[in-house]
Write a protein that binds this ligand. Structure first.
Ligand code: GDP
Length: 292
């Protein structure tokens, strides 16, 4: 599907990360646990000059608990990458982050300056939430020092470990067809850049095969998983519209309203813990995209 990205915004992002990267020892890329492949920006390695990267699979409370470990293994098998999972309710994520970063850059013995870390990620992946949690108690302002013009703050997570409090914004980079609609479903894409009904039909096309029981339970469809999976996507959305009273005067179904209901339920975890891709599926999609 066509999702609009703005070159100006991309240019600015690239510049911010490039400016800061010379001082950074480890990059943290926040990923959405519901789509840990599609929510990564494959240009990050290039942008950061292949700095060691900690992949933090965030929002794991919303994702399928059987799938997140598969993604951790997948990322941990890659060079110069270490992966951990987090969610916003994690009261003390600092220890996990520090340990994770130290695994990636262990050879700092004898270096006098602290390890410096930058959090990056696509919109809505949880950067501000994580930074707020981390900065709740400990922070030091560098902007007051003479000669420091940028009002930038660092969060001191340990004596030898600093984190910049302004995240590096990445844009979603869609490299396989399946990613566009799913990124939109997850909330990573601005509301005006996609058609909600199209995004929901794509979401239902996936969910009806993998998470039919959850759909049946939430929308009281009264169908077996087999029956749910055999429905056409638009038929399924129509049934949901009817069950949830998304009907206009005259009895016509309000598909827009039904789409909004499904999106809200999915984003809020009300449909249950769901992941929209496994490493195996993602690799298949990558291979398909490569031969196109
Ligand atoms: P940013 O655009 O990357 O800075 O994302 P935000 O920090 O603003 O988070 C976007 C939304 O995701 C907010 O509504 C957060 O409350 C929510 N959020 C962030 N982290 C988590 C998490 O681990 N679990 C859940 N369920 N929601 C989260």
């Amino acid at each position: 599907m066509a999702i609009q990205w703005f070159p100006g915004h991309m240019h600015l992002t690239r510049k911010t990360i490039e400016e800061r990267i010379k001082d950074i020892d480890v990059v943290i890329e926040l990923l959405d646990a519901r789509l840990p492949g599609s929510s990564a920006n494959p240009l990050l390695a290039e942008l950061t000059g292949h700095k060691p990267t900690l992949k933090v699979i965030n929002k794991q409370d919303l994702a399928d608990p059987e799938r997140t470990p598969l993604w951790l293994d997948w990322y941990n098998a890659k060079l110069e990458t270490h992966a951990i999972a987090l969610d916003a309710s994690d009261a003390a994520p600092a220890r996990k982050l520090i340990d994770g970063c130290r695994k990636l850059a262990p050879t700092r013995v004898g270096l006098s300056r602290p390890m410096r870390v930058l959090i990056c990620g696509i919109p809505n992946v949880g950067k501000s939430t994580l930074i707020n949690t981390l900065s709740a108690k400990r922070q030091a302002k560098t902007g007051d020092e003479a000669g420091v013009t940028k009002q930038e703050q660092r969060i001191v997570l340990a004596d030898d470990f600093y984190l910049w409090d302004t995240p590096g914004m990445l844009w979603p980079r869609i490299i396989v067809d399946q990613s566009g609609d799913r990124l939109a479903a997850s909330g990573a894409v601005g509301r005006n850049a996609y058609d909600e009904e199209a995004v929901v039909l794509d979401l239902l096309a996936y969910l009806k095969h993998r998470y039919a029981a959850q759909l049946d339970e939430r929308y009281k469809l009264g169908l077996t998983p087999q029956e749910v999976s055999e429905l056409h996507d638009d038929e399924l959305l129509e049934k949901i519209a009817r069950k949830r009273g998304a009907v206009m005067s005259g009895g016509k179904l309000n598909m827009q309203k039904a789409s909004e209901i499904v999106l809200t339920d999915f984003r809020g975890g009300i449909l249950g813990r769901i992941s929209l891709e496994t490493p195996a599926e993602f690799e298949t999609w990558l291979a398909e995209a490569a031969v196109k």
